[in-house]
Design a binder for this molecule. Structure first.
Ligand code: SF4
Length: 551
């Protein structure tokens, strides 16, 4: 296939150069950087910052870091500066970025497919305790995120991670980010197809490859052969969803152009069926279209979803086939709707080999280094040493013999990692929030955790599947638009006319069964303090007035 590495300085012009600057699409000959981010990327590849971190910045310390590396290229290796403590949400928009910067970093470790071994988890836990003040959050894209990282320690952290096959490469930045995979790939009894070989091949071709290290913006990938549709495929730039073709058998349905944040869009189907061994070709083709045709003029129009919205699925597929794959794709069926609204694999489930996997719920993804080390011990004592993270900020231990299930459940629950959580613990997610995130306006993790406790106390018999997602700002890191109750952090007025932390409410969003965005109820805002009262009222009204089958 024609996945020609392109560089604005050297790439051949493939089209007649338009007299207008257009959207900054390389494939149309527009190589002049049209904004500061594009200029920084052109000046030096983001991947090159690693050498400077290892040889210069880890010795000079924070103050020696070039600002273009600090706020730009560091992301190519999973590093963001974290928010300086003590700056309230009201100052988020009015201060300059450097005034918000702490001299510590957030570091994201990519866990493609959520697949971990106990050895890896133990190293993650040790790094947390030694270099990250014990912090470790499970993100809703299966990553692990540290805080309080010093630049001086980064080379040693990389050494330790890489010694067990983990990496922070392109965990952030305008790059192919972590590839989400079904956390029960290869083991679930009901699996349509095991996507693991395709995911491994995609990683092999792309990670650290400079052909794909200057994209217009971030590029999110998901792949799953589970009928539960467990990888939020609808909101990724590219997704491969397991289907059975009536003639060709199991393979994948291809989706492109999904994404949340501003202008949220659900991905669209290309109507193409792809066998396991061709997934990586199609992936590289879609990634190359994004690199070559993606819009680079405005950052807020640079995600693939805007190109897909302008082209439509038909043209996108045609360009993919004609210019990149040089062959036609096979038409294929859409995935069937999942039968279950929970897609998180929480609880005890039989594997196809007769053993069991056990999914458990920390609170809003918050764990810590000591707990992760204890989870590794438990998983090793009860399973084969394999674990997974999920896109709901949860974890799973694989390969447990039936006779060992009860003992593992007991061990996990003793760590407050529940295998049979309430719907509130199970369905509530929170982004990083004001504790560490420079864009945040409100606190989220602690708020989410106390909301769970309150709801468990007030509505002990509630047993419907439910998602409550809290964001600390108008971005969409915790997927508020697709939650039953989505809470977007902002400053609101309380009864006394004071500006306080609160949320705008979105109701009725969903993925999977009948996907769609929640409705923003005009003017419906709630202070953080009133949140439990508000959610309780919504749920009691829902219980009293719902119709048969209504979510
Ligand atoms: Fe930060 Fe906003 Fe993302 Fe939350 S949603 S992690 S506050 S950018």
């Amino acid at each position: 296939m024609a996945a020609t590495p392109q560089n604005p300085a050297t790439a051949p012009v493939r089209r007649k150069v338009s007299r207008h600057r257009g959207e900054g699409q390389w494939a149309l000959g527009h190589f002049t950087p049209l904004n500061g981010n594009e200029q920084v990327k052109k000046d030096d590849d983001g991947l090159n910052v690693r050498t400077r971190i290892e040889t210069i910045y880890s010795k000079t310390g924070f103050d020696g870091i070039d600002p273009n590396d600090l706020r730009g290229r560091m992301r190519w290796w999973g590093l963001y500066t974290q928010r300086r403590p003590g700056i309230d949400g009201g100052k988020t928009a009015v201060l300059e970025p450097e005034e918000l910067d702490d001299s510590y970093f957030m570091m994201r470790v990519r866990i493609d497919g959520g697949a971990l071994t106990t050895r890896q988890l133990r190293v993650i836990g040790e790094i947390s305790q030694e270099f990250a003040r014990g912090t470790a959050d499970i993100t809703d894209r299966q990553n692990i995120q540290y805080h309080w990282i010093r630049i001086e320690d980064v080379p040693e952290i990389w050494n330790r991670l890489e010694s067990v096959g983990l990496s922070t490469v392109t965990a952030c930045g305008d790059t192919p980010r972590v590839m989400i995979g079904s956390p029960v790939a290869g083991i679930a009894e009901d699996e349509i197809i095991d996507a693991t070989p395709a995911l491994e091949e995609m990683k092999r071709r792309v990670l650290g490859n400079k052909a794909y290290s200057n994209l217009p913006r971030k590029f999110k990938t998901a792949i799953s052969g589970s009928p539960l549709l467990d990888v939020v495929h609808e909101i990724n730039d590219v997704a491969f969803v397991g289907v059975r073709h009536p003639e060709h058998g199991p393979g994948f349905d291809v989706w492109v152009g999904g994404g949340l944040s501003t202008n949220p869009k659900l991905g669209v189907r290309l109507g193409a069926w792809v066998p396991l061994e061709e997934v990586a070709d199609v992936y590289e083709g879609v990634l190359s279209i994004f690199r070559d045709y993606g819009y680079r003029r405005l950052r807020n129009r640079a995600r693939l979803k805007f190109l897909v919205a302008d082209w439509g699925a038909e043209k996108f597929r045609q360009v993919l086939e004609d210019e990149y794959l040089k062959r036609k794709l096979v038409d294929g069926p859409a995935p069937e709707q999942p039968v279950d609204r929970w897609r998180d694999h929480i609880g005890v489930h039989r594997q196809k080999d007769g053993r069991y996997y056990i999914g458990f719920a920390p609170r809003v993804g918050r764990v810590d280094g000591t707990t992760l080390t204890k989870i590794a011990d438990l998983a090793e004592a009860h399973g084969s040493g394999r674990l997974r993270t999920t896109v709901e900020q949860k974890m799973i231990v694989l390969d447990v013999e039936e006779s060992r299930v009860d003992s593992l459940v007991e061990g996990l629950e003793a760590l407050d990692l529940q295998v049979r959580p309430s719907p509130f613990r199970r369905g509530t997610m929170a982004c990083t929030g004001i504790e560490y995130c420079k864009l945040a306006i409100v606190e989220t993790k602690q708020r989410g955790s106390s909301l769970i406790e309150e709801l468990e106390r007030r509505l002990p018999d509630f047993d419907e599947p439910l998602t409550i997602n809290l964001n600390g700002c108008p971005n969409a890191c915790a997927r508020i638009q697709v939650a039953d109750i989505g809470l977007k952090g902002q400053l609101v007025m309380n009864d006394k006319g004071e500006q306080v932390e609160g949320f705008q409410v979105h109701l009725g969003g969903a993925l999977g069964l009948r996907p769609g965005f929640g409705r923003k109820v005009r003017g419906l805002k709630v202070t953080s303090e009133e949140l439990p009262d508000y959610v309780e009222r919504v749920l009691r009204r829902y219980l009293a007035e719902r119709e048969e089958g209504e979510r």
